[in-house]
Structures are given as structure tokens and as C-alpha cells.
Design a binder for this molecule. Structure first.
Ligand SMILES: NC(=O)c1ccc[n+]([C@@H]2O[C@H](COP(=O)([O-])OP(=O)(O)OC[C@H]3O[C@@H](n4cnc5c(N)ncnc54)[C@H](OP(=O)(O)O)[C@@H]3O)[C@@H](O)[C@H]2O)c1
Length: 212
């Protein structure tokens, strides 16, 4: 199914995912505070005919599925500028990390995902794409297996849509349960970040999920 996807924050993550979805035939609007910037124009031309640029409000009103991919400190303001989010699927890829990337600003008994849902109560929030680096989002191919991509949320239909958008990009979509599971997916992102940036594994790493 071809989706209408709006990107809220077309940076490292939004740029890569929006481009890959546009290239697989979805209609993508890259939402930016500076939609006419050279950066955004280059992004749109690289993403092909089904991609365009706009303000965040334009990206939202044109779309049924939204990707929240701003830095955490900008998320609340970006959602405020988004306009009516009623009934829209809001994929939350953010991580509420400390600027030093050495911990989370909130967690344990709450999560960024739940905070996003509180800021956007009319949207169907699905946490996803927060647990691997944007380089792995650009290319999830490893010599063996598929990269695990956990997602969680409270709306079953929204989760099915997101699972299919995850699978199309070449990941193994794994339903981790309700949105409260973002309490676990956000620190899990820190495991990837710390191994990649601090403990010598490089960014070319990912986790696979085994079952029997
Ligand atoms: N980078 C990764 O590998 C990675 C992986 C997983 C999850 N994440 C999470 O995904 C999110 C995005 O990461 P990123 O690396 O893609 O970030 P980024 O490139 O630094 O920022 C994304 C975009 O957010 C927009 N933005 C910044 N401040 C804003 C504001 N006040 N209001 C509205 N938009 C604003 C900017 O777009 P404009 O200037 O065009 O408006 C910027 O290009 C973060 O929460 C991060 O923790 C990152």
C-alpha cells in the first residue's frame, strides 16, 4: 500500500527514512523550518518524483503517517507547529538522550514515547527506528540475518502499518508490545550508541533477534 508520509525533522534520520520510503513509491513530504533551504532541495531531488518539501504543518496536513525525527529538545515545539494530528500515525524515532549521549533525560517509569503521546494525544504513536544508527537505516544489509527493529504502541492498526513500513526497508519488524515498552526501547538505543561510539565496535553494527 502506498502511504502518504510526512517527515517532521528532515535531518540524519528523517532524510534517510524519507528518501528510502519515497524511492519505494510512497509519497513523502519533508517538513522543515526552512523548506526552501539548499539542503532540503538536495534531499528532495535525491529522493525522486514522489518526494517534496514543505513546512512541518504542510508535511503533516498532506500525510497519514508521520515520522517524528527531531532532536529530543525540539520535539515538543515541532509537534506544536504540526497542526491537527487527529487520527494520524505518529512514528516516534526520537531518543530523549542527554547531550553527552551518556544517559536518558527521562525513563524507567515513563519514556520519551509516552511523553510524545502526551504532547500529541490525538495521534496514534508508535515508537520505532530509535534503536539503530541512521547509517544502518540507510543500509540494513549484513552478511547474515536481518536487523531487528522493535516497535511498540497502543493502536493495533497503526502498528500493522508501521510494521509494514519497517519490513519494506529490509528490517525484521518485531512487535514489542504497548507504548510503555518505549521505557525499554530507549535505553536499548543507548546500548547501540555506547557500543558504536564509545566502546570500539563502530557504527556498522546491529542486533538480530533469534527465536525457537
Ligand atoms: N542519528 C541517528 O543515528 C539516530 C538514530 C536513532 C534515533 N535518533 C533520534 O532521532 C532524532 C533525530 O536525530 P537526527 O540525528 O536525525 O537529528 P538532526 O539531524 O540533528 O535533526 C533533525 C532535524 O530536526 C530539525 N529541527 C531541529 N530543531 C528543531 C526545532 N526546534 N523544531 C523543529 N525542527 C527542528 C532540523 O531540521 P530543519 O532545520 O530543516 O527544520 C534537523 O534537520 C533524535 O531524537 C535522535 O535521538 C537518531
Amino acid at each position: 500500500v502506498s502511504q502518504k508520509i510526512g517527515i517532521i525533522g528532515a535531518g540524519n534520520v528523517g532524510g534517510v527514512l524519507g528518501t528510502r520510503w519515497a524511492k519505494s513509491g510512497h509519497t513523502v513530504v519533508f517538513g522543515s523550518r526552512k523548506p526552501e533551504s539548499e539542503e532540503i532541495k538536495i534531499l528532495v531531488s535525491g529522493a525522486g518524483a514522489t518526494a517534496s518539501n514543505g513546512t512541518i504543518a504542510q508535511a503533516v496536513s498532506a500525510s497519514d503517517v508521520l515520522l517524528l525525527s527531531t532532536p529530543w529538545p525540539a520535539a515538543e515545539e515541532a509537534l506544536k507547529s504540526a497542526g491537527d494530528l487527529s487520527g494520524k500515525i505518529l512514528i516516534d524515532a526520537t531518543n530523549p538522550v542527554r547531550p553527552q549521549l551518556d544517559g536518558l533525560l527521562l525513563g524507567n517509569m515513563t519514556s520519551g514515547g509516552e511523553q510524545v503521546a502526551a504532547w500529541a494525544p490525538e495521534a496514534k504513536v508508535v515508537k520505532a527506528f530509535n534503536t539503530v544508527g541512521n547509517n544502518v537505516m540507510a543500509n540494513p544489509e549484513f552478511s547474515a540475518g536481518k536487523v531487528a527493529m522493535f516497535y511498540c504502541g497502543d493502536d493495533a492498526e497503526a502498528k500493522r502499518t508501521v510494521a509494514s513500513l519497517i519490513g519494506e526497508l529490509g528490517f525484521d519488524p518485531l512487535d514489542a508490545g504497548p507504548l510503555t515498552q518505549a521505557r525499554l526501547l530507549e535505553p536499548f538505543a543507548l546500548l547501540w550508541i555506547s557500543l558504536a561510539l564509545k566502546y570500539g565496535y563502530s557504527r556498522e553494527i546491529a542486533f538480530e533477534f533469534l527465536r525457537r
